[in-house]
Design a protein around this ligand. Structure first.
Ligand SMILES: Nc1ncnc2c1ncn2[C@@H]1O[C@H](COP(=O)(O)OP(=O)(O)OP(=O)(O)O)[C@@H](O)[C@H]1O
Ligand SMILES: O=P(O)(O)OC[C@H]1O[C@](O)(CO)[C@@H](O)[C@@H]1O
Length: 306
């Protein structure tokens, strides 16, 4: 997030545009919690996780009255365009603001879930995968030494992108994605088949959105096989930490692109990266269309766990 904020502020400044930062997202917009941001205000933040502007999940923005208050604050500051960094919830809020009050909005995809249609990757995704992978590598030491089964639950809300990348990069025996529900018997079968192939330990990656989550998979294995199984829920550690280089570069590119898009008169679109270049996707498409997990990569995960 910070790298994207820095990019927006610096790109706008470069093009002679003043920037107002809004604290706590739509909650701050509703409350008028805004301040001018110059290029020096965003110094020394590209390497920091989180967001200097803070963030919040705000219910007031879901009502037209809440958005009218926010639009009033934007108009009072003379704001002529809004860059919204976030996921599909944020893009809903931006889309309605544009529709109801005519304020140009550009979305920048910022979510670890990588679940937005219209961009190959979202800001934060690469860092979340690295963090989860580091944990899986460490867990494998104990799994191998104790000859145990480890179930690792990763984030991703309703999407399995993080889970699939971590499974392939961590050499997992199986991955459970929200996109593909398996019959309960399949879960224990995975463990039995692994053991029959001579594997003394197993790492199973479960996306939090898989029915029952990591706890459900762990309980199913114990109930059906009686084997001692350990569950690790990685949780919010995946949302923090210094961003990896790919995230910093992506955030820098997309932040600059958002400013150029506003200058160009674009609105109600998300900037993204695809096919090696910039993409512009109507905000509504980002939640109405679905970005599936890579089926090639899923096949690869299955093949390599033989
Ligand atoms: N349907 C909606 N209409 C208007 N505003 C919305 C809507 N959904 C979400 N928002 C606003 O957008 C904010 C951010 O949405 P949400 O909390 O779902 O996160 P997100 O942008 O999807 O990112 P992430 O879940 O990855 O952190 C909400 O707090 C709310 O203020
Ligand atoms: O921090 P909260 O509000 O518990 O939200 C957690 C959710 O946010 C995300 O981290 C990002 O959307 C999801 O992966 C997760 O399901």
């Amino acid at each position: 997030m910070n790298a994207a904020i820095r990019a927006v502020v610096r790109a706008a400044t470069f093009h002679g545009i003043e920037v107002v930062g809004v604290r706590r997202g739509f909650q701050g917009l509703h409350e008028g919690d805004m301040r001018l941001l110059g290029p020096r205000d965003v110094a020394n933040i590209i390497q920091r996780g989180g967001t200097i502007l803070l963030t919040a999940r705000s219910h007031t923005w879901r009502s037209p009255e809440g958005r009218t208050l926010g639009a009033g604050h934007l108009n009072a500051w003379g704001v002529q365009g809004l860059v919204v960094i976030g996921g599909d919830g944020s893009f809903h809020g931006a889309h309605y603001l544009q529709q109801e009050h005519g304020i140009p909005v550009i979305g920048v995809p910022g979510t670890i879930d990588n679940d937005l249609y219209g961009t190959d990757h979202t800001i934060g995704y690469f860092t979340a995968v690295e963090t989860a992978l580091d944990a899986v590598d460490k867990l494998r030491d104990t799994a191998a030494s104790h000859e145990r089964i480890f179930v690792v639950e990763v984030m991703g809300r309703h999407a399995g992108h993080i889970a699939l990348d971590v499974a392939v990069a961590g050499g997992a025996e199986e991955v459970f994605l929200p996109e593909d529900e398996h019959p309960a018997e399949h879960i224990a079968e995975v463990v039995r088949v692994s053991a029959s192939k001579g594997k003394a330990s197993s790492i199973l990656i479960v996306a939090e959105g898989y029915p029952g989550g990591g706890a459900g998979v762990t309980a199913a294995i114990e109930a059906q096989t009686g084997l001692d199984t350990r569950l690790t829920v990685l949780g919010h550690i995946q949302r923090g930490g210094s961003p990896v280089s790919s995230d910093r570069v992506l955030a820098s590119r997309l932040g600059e692109a958002a400013v150029l898009a506003l200058i160009d008169g674009k609105s109600d679109v998300m900037v993204g990266r695809g096919h090696g270049g910039m993409t512009f996707t109507p905000l509504a498409d980002t939640w109405e269309k679905r970005k599936d997990v890579s089926r090639d990569l899923y096949r690869c995960a299955k093949t390599l766990s033989v």
